[in-house]
Design a binder for this molecule. Structure first.
Ligand code: NAP
Length: 368
């Protein structure tokens, strides 16, 4: 897309002025919740995104790029009406206007952002080291980040990224990463978006495990498959299901999977059959759901052995469908909610880009 779109016009005049700190402010950001007042910001319906003043512990950023969550972007693409770039832009700006944050009301998910430090309130935990101009990516969801967007200058659909001008605040408890100097920022932003995925694979996959990855050709899916190969070793079986044929081909070319099946993860019976065909009839030890669509819960459960693990990284996952679905098919499988945070997750995932040049090259082509 090229035509710039206008969001809120209010911010540009205040951008350069230092903002005063007013009383209030807690590390979790409850002071910015307008509805319900005083709630935690993620479940809040609406946040205060007036950045003409700051509260204790806040970090004010000039926002340059939004990396929209894949499930959210896909949902906005599939909504009613035309799905050209301007429609997506309109949906994002509408959400921010309504909620003071990019919190998709349908998927409940957000994304993260790239920006530069404008101001660090004195009681922020990193006030001694952060400097105006430092380039950072947020590692907490846009669904809890107060945000104002003044204009949208580009939309990059393959990476679900939008270049914008605007401002945002991170709370004292809000994780962020400094942008690395040794890789393109767009690449770093893309992988930091899914930084929680591979470290969880590293915790769960044991040598010689059988591992299933749904949506294996996508961004988090490739990282999960690569980490499963590394942890599982040559004796492991890594099987991926991917519906998008070109992405399935990309994954095959990386040579990290024993089988890459082009199939629909919303068909659990077909996924189970394909998985058993690849393992010689044995159920897998662990599965990871990395799709960006709903209704893939059972495909992550049905091929898993008794007392195995199904890990739901996908934000399109329904707790109800997973829990009742597992019960309904008599599967005594541990169901894990995909926590986006794991200690050291940003460093872990950026290191994968340095250690796995073929994946880095593919991601630079797709997202760089
Ligand atoms: P992505 O790059 O879009 O990958 C998703 C992949 O799944 C794509 O290749 C997609 O194909 C494929 N797919 C779609 N429908 C499918 C189906 N029916 N069967 C098989 N494959 C299918 O997304 P991502 O950035 O890796 O994110 C993956 C998931 O993780 C999303 O649900 C996202 O919300 C979630 N996420 C979670 C966290 C967390 O903290 N837990 C953080 C970030 C993201 P197409 O190219 O055709 O769409």
């Amino acid at each position: 897309m090229s035509a710039p779109s206008t969001g809120s016009p209010s911010g540009s005049d205040t951008r350069l002025a230092a903002r005063p700190t007013i009383p209030g402010g807690d590390p979790f950001g409850t002071h910015r919740s307008v509805a319900p007042a005083g709630s935690l910001p993620q479940p809040a319906q609406r946040l205060d995104n007036d950045f003409s003043r700051l509260f204790a512990g806040e970090l004010l950023l000039a926002v340059e790029t939004l990396n929209i969550d894949a499930a959210s972007f896909r949902q906005m693409e599939e909504g009613e009406g035309e799905t050209d770039d301007q429609v997506i832009v309109g949906r994002v700006l509408g959400t921010i206007a309504n909620r003071g944050k990019q919190h998709n009301p349908v998927t409940g998910s957000g994304g993260m952002l790239l920006g530069r430090v404008l101001q660090v309130e004195a009681s922020h935990p990193d006030a001694a080291t952060l400097r105006p101009g430092d380039r950072v990516a947020s590692l907490v969801s846009l669904s809890l980040t107060p945000l104002r967007v003044d204009s949208v200058t580009a939309v990059r659909r393959p990476s679900a990224q939008m270049d914008v001008t605007g401002e945002a605040v991170l709370f004292a408890s809000g994780a962020y990463a400094r942008m690395p100097a040794d890789m393109p920022e767009r690449l770093a932003l893309a992988v930091l978006d899914v930084a929680g995925a591979a470290p969880q694979v590293a915790r769960l996959v044991k040598p010689n495990d059988r591992v299933l990855v749904l949506g294996g050709g996508g961004k988090s899916g490739i990282l999960c498959a690569a980490e499963a190969r590394r942890r599982g070793g040559p004796g492991a079986k890594v099987i991926a299901i991917e519906s998008h044929a070109p992405y399935a081909d990309d994954l095959r070319a990386l040579g990290i999977c024993d089988a890459v099946v082009t199939a629909d993860a919303r068909d659990p019976v077909a996924v189970r059959a394909a998985t058993l065909a690849a393992t010689g009839g044995v159920e897998v030890d662990v599965s990871f759901s990395c799709v960006n669509v709903p209704d893939a819960e059972l495909a992550a459960i049905l091929p898993v052995r008794d007392r195995g693990v199904a890990y739901f990284f996908a934000m399109s996952t329904s707790f109800t469908k997973a829990a009742l679905g597992a019960e309904g098919v008599g599967k005594d499988v541990d169901l894990f909610v995909g926590n986006g945070y794991a200690r050291g997750h940003a460093d872990h995932t950026l290191a994968m880009m340095r250690e796995m040049p073929a994946i880095r090259a593919l991601f630079e082509k797709r997202y760089g």
